[in-house]
Design a protein around this ligand. Structure first.
Ligand code: UD2
Ligand code: MN
Length: 285
């Protein structure tokens, strides 16, 4: 056994560290839209080893990265994603592994919980230093968008075709994000409580901000993605925690609140008269 580990050490220490800037990047990409079978994918990318693992053959990568995909019933998306992502990550000279975390049928989808599971399992398998928590339907369109370990939590999917390649709002943290192990531990991961569509991404933004991190993004001409077209999945109906009811619905929900947003207890005299003052423009309450 001693022999085997010393041989491993020798072969790896003979390799140089990979260059700081990967030399084979091509910039804007023509992405693939087909979804090969898993057998075809194996033939296409023989350099990827079992478990979806890859490391550069000719140098020691500077980054050990786990890609965590929340997944249920998106077989075609997953195969299209894999076809695109392997050559993309290989050109970036990353030491990476892909982790598909699949939720069983019969319960509401919980994207954030699947991310936490992926993290917990990936660190049991390998000494990953950073993590891309990544929707399966987002295909990067420029390989200068390097999935390396970020100095601050990185929002990767800044420019998506579906949103006209613009940020729909500044604090968006959905799609795909990248955190180091230390950053993820410090924010205590994602929430486990968001069943159904929405809210979990904004909650993660808040967690990151609360711990004093800033969110970084690559330039908009680089952080470009195509979202594979899809409709809302069965079992992933909007999460009530993310909904913003109309003013009529709010009135119906809280009939005890009188006009002007005023309230007082009906069965006793309150000890405190409080005004809530909200500075406001353009953030539909
Ligand atoms: C937005 C966010 C996404 C997430 C979601 C709300 C962006 C670009 N995307 O995406 O990150 O916050 O809203 O939850 O901001 N999935 C399955 N099977 C299912 C349902 C979901 O595999 O039945 C996975 C899959 O990886 C998918 C992801 O969850 O890409 C997000 O779900 P979505 O694509 O339906 O949500 P979308 O596009 O509105
Ligand atoms: Mn989507």
């Amino acid at each position: 056994t001693c022999n085997i580990s010393s041989i491993d050490l020798n072969t790896s220490s003979n390799l140089p560290l990979c260059p700081k800037t990967p030399p084979k990047l091509v910039g804007p990409l023509a992405t693939y839209s087909d979804s090969p079978s898993y057998e075809e994918l194996e033939k296409l990318y023989p350099e990827v080893s079992s478990g979806g693992r890859y490391k550069p053959p000719d140098c020691i990568s500077r980054h050990k990265v786990a890609i965590v995909l929340p997944y249920r019933n998106r077989d075609i998306h997953l195969r299209t994603f894999l076809k695109n992502i392997h050559p993309f990550l290989e050109r970036q000279q990353l030491d990476y592994g892909i982790y598909v975390v699949e939720q069983a049928e019969g319960s509401k989808f919980n994207r954030a919980l699947l991310m936490n599971i992926g993290y917990a399992e990936a660190i049991k398998i390998y000494d990953y230093q950073c993590f891309a928590f990544h929707d399966v339907d987002l295909i990067p369109q420029d390989d200068r968008n390097i999935y390396n370990c970020p100095s601050q939590p990185r929002h990767l999917t800044a420019a998506i075709d579906k949103y006209g390649y613009r940020l729909p709002y500044n604090s968006i943290f959905g799609g795909a994000v990248m955190l180091t192990r230390q950053q993820f531990q410090k924010v205590n991961g994602f929430s486990n409580k968001f069943f159904g569509w929405g809210g979990e991404d904004d909650d993660m933004w808040n967690r990151v901000k609360r711990k004093g991190y800033s969110v970084i993004r690559y330039p908009m001409n680089i952080a470009r993605y195509r979202m594979i077209k899809h409709s809302r999945d069965k079992g992933n109906e909007p999460n009530p925690q993310s909904d913003s009811p109309s003013y009529e619905e709010l009135e119906a929900l809280y009939p005890e609140v009188s006009s002007g947003g005023r309230y007082k207890p009906s069965d006793c005299i309150s000890r405190h008269r409080v005004a809530i003052i909200i500075p406001y423009r353009n953030r539909d309450l």
